[in-house]
Design a protein around this ligand. Structure first.
Ligand SMILES: C[S@@+](CC[C@H](N)C(=O)[O-])C[C@H]1O[C@@H](n2cnc3c(N)ncnc32)[C@H](O)[C@@H]1O
Length: 258
């Protein structure tokens, strides 16, 4: 694995050739450079983690003016585009980024690369996936900018990160399980598994008013609006690749989305 002396856990792979790749991952593997531009430098993923990685960004994009809390961004690499948006729009006094569902590190690495944050705190409950994230951060040379936590994000945020609350922005890219993610025209965020939007919003808003959630592009907008109290701001940003929306981010709190 890229001449790296580090030992990979048995469930971790770096596929060099399509013939090695399990069939259900082949479509994701075909997009490996959009997920990780440095894929060939020895990026690690578990087979499950392929399904959850947010595609990485590009320099070429257009951001339409956001009106009524709604925007569209075109990106080649979503990780960097999202990281750039959050870096630019977050209130100045917020200098810490907490990535609650780090996965294999796609978003975490982009946050660290943005240079906007004094520190990035990344949480992942699956030990093998966390090992991938740490390894991948090394490939990108940003491992020293990130503090890693293995465990449940809700517990860690409540118990270990609470002193950082006044300085933090929280980013969450949760699993999108539950009925109808692929089939339903409108994705029901109440039945999203294992964590509903309500659960995520309530837990995280007890920590910080400034949070960004990465959710299916078909997420129910009324449900997204309904969890917020009337005086709070919410902005939906669609992230598009090759002309089509891939996902959306809901920005809850005082982000300056110009
Ligand atoms: C959609 S993936 C995140 C992908 C990541 N943003 C990336 O680009 O690589 C969701 C991750 O959340 C992790 N996870 C699920 N529940 C968790 C919890 N309660 N605390 C921390 N991590 C959790 C899963 O193991 C999975 O790796």
């Amino acid at each position: 694995m890229s001449g790296d002396s580090e030992e990979a856990p048995p469930e971790v792979h770096h596929y060099n050739d399509r013939s090695e790749v399990p069939w259900d991952i082949q479509n994701y593997w075909a997009q490996r450079y959009k997920l990780f531009s440095k894929y060939d430098e020895g990026i690690w993923l578990t087979d499950d983690a392929w399904f959850g990685v947010t595609p990485e960004p590009v320099a070429k994009f257009v951001v339409l003016p956001v009106e009524c809390g709604f925007g569209i961004a075109f990106a080649y690499n979503l990780h960097s585009k999202i990281a750039e948006h959050i870096a630019k729009s977050a209130p100045k006094g917020r200098s810490i980024l907490v990535d609650a569902f780090a996965g294999a590190g796609g978003n975490t690495i982009a946050f660290a690369l943005s240079g906007r944050w004094k520190r990035v705190y990344a949480i992942e409950k699956d030990p093998a996936v966390l090992q991938c994230a740490k390894h991948n951060a090394k490939v990108y040379g940003v491992e020293n900018k990130i503090t890693w936590f293995e465990g449940d994000c809700f517990e860690i945020i409540k118990n270990q990160l609470k002193d950082l609350a006044p300085y933090s922005v929280l980013f969450g890219s949760p699993p999108w399980g539950g009925p109808g993610y692929r089939s339903d025209e409108v994705f029901n965020l109440r039945t999203m598994e294992p964590y509903s939007l309500r659960k995520l919003y309530d837990e995280y808003s007890a920590f910080t008013e400034h949070m960004v959630l990465y959710l299916p592009r078909t997420s129910d907008l009324r449900q997204l609006a309904k969890v917020v109290k009337d005086d709070r701001k919410a902005t939906v940003m669609h992230y598009c690749m090759e002309g089509a929306s891939k996902a959306l981010c809901i920005y809850y709190g005082d982000f300056n989305m110009e």
